[in-house]
Design a protein around this ligand. Structure first.
Ligand code: HEM
Length: 400
C-alpha cells in the first residue's frame, strides 16, 4: 500500500488510483490509510477531490444546492463535456426538475406495488432455493445471485422474455462508465452498441406488457406528469439501476454469511433480524462504492476551498466503515444499529428502488434460513471488478 501524500491546495494530495484493480479488489485498507490524512483528499490523477468520512459525505449528499448531480454522477463533467449517453432524468438532475421524475418512480415503486410483487417474488425464491439446496453444491453468484433478480425483476417491469441476457452487460456499462476510461471501461464498451440498442428498444410503451412497472410509468403520461420520451427514460433508469445492484447485494449477502457462520446462526435463531442483516451487508460490503457530485459554486469543505464546476468523488463505502461513526466498523454484525448507512445513498437521490432490492434480498435470505443450516465456501471466491460496484463473479458454496 503506502499511499504517497503531499500537501497542497490546503488538503492532502495523492496520485493513488481508487479505480485500479488493486484498490477495487480491496478498497477498505486504502480508505483507512487515506482517512488518516484527512476527510477530504485531492486525487491528482483525476483532478478531483474525494470525501471519506460519514458526516462529510452525508453533508455533501444532503446539499444538492452546492453539490450537484446535474453535471453527471460520473467523472465525466457535463458542464464541460458531452456524456456517453443522454443523461438520466432522475439520477442526474437536481430539484426542481428531479421532483417530477422522482415522484413518478416513488409512486410506481410504492408499498402497495411491492405487496403485489411479493407473491411472485416469493414463489421465485422458494423454487430456486429449493432446487439449489437439493443440489447441495452450487455457485452462489452464477446459480443464485444472478439468476433470481434476472428472473423476477424483468418480469415485474414487464420486459420481453427475449434478449434479457443484455441486462447484465448493460449494467456493467452503466456502472463502469461513471469512472475513468480504464481497462474496465474499455472492456465494458467493446460490444456496447447492440446492447444499448436493445435496452432502448425495450423501454418503449409497445415493448412492455400492459400490467408491469413499465406500464405504470407510462400511465404518468396519461396523467400529464411526464411525456412519452421521459417515460421511456424512466424505464431505462429501472433497467440501469435495478439489476446489477441486487445481483451484487444477494451475492455479497451469501458471501458474508458463508464467511461469518456465527452471524448465520444468529439470523437462523431470529429470522426477524433479516431486515437489519440486509442493511449490515450493505454497510459492510458496500453496493455502490462511489459516485460523483459537481460543485455548483466555490465551496469550503472541511477547510478546503473547492472551485465551482469541480468533481467530488463520494466514497459511500468509506463512510460506511468510518470508525468515527461505526463502532468496530470492520466487523460484520447483524445485531448492530445500521440506521443511516450509506448503502442506498442519502439526500434527495436516496435509492428510490430500495424496497425492490430489500424485497429480493429478504425473500432469498428467508428461504435460505428456512432450508439451510450451514453455508460453506468450497473454493476461493472470484471478485468481479467494476468501477463503482462491489460484487463477486463466483462464489462456490456447499449448503447443508
Ligand atoms: C442492493 C441494491 C441497490 C443498491 C445498493 C442501490 C444503491 C443506490 C444508491 C447509492 C443510489 C444513490 C445514488 C446517488 O446519490 O447518486 C441509488 C439511486 C437510485 N436507485 Fe438504487 N440501489 C439498489 C437497487 C435499486 C433497484 C432494485 C432499483 C430499481 C427498482 C434502483 C433504482 C434507483 C434509482 C432510479 C436511483 C436514482 C434515484 C434518484 O436519483 O432520485 N436501485 N441506488
Amino acid at each position: 500500500m503506502n499511499i504517497q501524500i503531499t500537501s497542497d491546495k490546503y488538503c492532502p494530495v495523492t496520485d493513488w488510483d481508487p479505480f485500479s484493480d488493486e484498490a477495487l479488489a480491496d478498497p477498505f485498507s486504502f480508505y483507512e490509510e487515506l482517512r488518516a490524512h484527512g476527510p477530504v483528499v485531492y486525487l491528482s490523477r483525476y483532478a478531483c477531490w474525494a470525501v471519506l468520512d460519514f458526516l462529510v459525505i452525508t453533508d455533501v449528499l444532503n446539499n444538492w444546492q452546492d453539490y450537484s448531480s446535474a453535471d453527471g454522477v460520473g467523472l465525466e463533467n457535463y458542464h464541460k463535456e458531452k456524456g456517453w449517453r443522454p443523461k438520466s432524468i432522475i439520477l442526474e438532475v437536481d430539484p426542481p426538475d428531479h421532483d417530477k421524475t422522482r415522484r413518478v418512480l416513488t409512486r410506481v415503486l410504492s408499498r402497495p406495488a411491492m405487496e403485489k410483487m411479493r407473491r411472485d417474488f416469493a414463489i421465485g425464491a422458494e423454487k430456486l432455493v429449493s432446487e439449489l439446496v437439493a443440489r447441495k453444491t452450487f455457485d452462489g453468484v452464477a446459480d443464485l445471485a444472478e439468476v433470481y433478480p434476472l428472473k423476477v425483476f424483468p418480469d415485474a417491469v414487464g420486459l420481453n422474455k427475449e434478449g434479457r441476457e443484455n441486462l447484465l452487460p448493460y449494467g456493467s456499462l452503466v456502472f463502469n462508465a461513471t469512472c475513468p476510461h480504464n481497462q474496465l471501461f474499455e472492456n465494458a464498451f467493446k460490444e456496447a452498441e447492440p446492447i444499448i440498442e436493445w435496452i432502448m428498444s425495450q423501454c418503449s410503451r409497445e415493448a412492455l406488457t400492459k400490467d408491469g412497472l413499465g406500464a405504470h410509468i407510462y400511465a404518468a403520461v396519461e396523467q400529464g406528469v411526464v411525456n412519452e420520451d421521459e417515460a421511456g427514460m424512466l424505464v431505462r433508469s429501472l433497467l440501469s439501476a435495478g439489476v446489477d445492484t441486487t445481483v451484487n447485494g444477494i451475492g455479497n449477502a451469501l458471501h458474508c454469511f458463508a464467511k461469518f457462520p456465527d452471524q448465520w446462526q444468529i439470523l437462523k435463531n431470529d429470522p426477524s433480524l433479516a431486515r437489519t442483516a440486509i442493511d449490515e451487508v450493505l454497510r459492510f460490503e458496500g453496493g455502490v462504492m462511489s459516485f460523483f457530485r459537481t460543485t455548483n459554486k466555490d465551496v469550503e469543505l472541511c477547510g478546503t476551498t473547492i472551485p465551482a464546476h469541480e468533481k467530488i468523488l463520494i466514497l459511500f463505502s468509506a463512510g460506511d466503515r468510518d470508525p468515527k461513526k461505526w463502532q468496530d466498523p470492520d466487523k460484520f454484525d447483524i445485531t448492530r444499529n445500521t440506521k443511516g448507512h450509506l448503502g442506498f445513498g442519502a439526500g434527495v437521490h436516496t435509492c428510490v428502488g430500495q424496497m425492490v432490492a430489500r424485497l429480493e434480498m429478504e425473500l432469498v435470505l428467508a428461504e435460505l434460513v428456512r432450508q439451510v443450516d450451514h453455508i460453506e465456501i468450497t473454493a476461493d471466491p472470484v471478485r468481479k471488478l467494476n468501477n463503482s460496484l462491489r460484487g463477486l463473479a463466483s462464489l462456490p458454496l456447499r449448503v447443508s
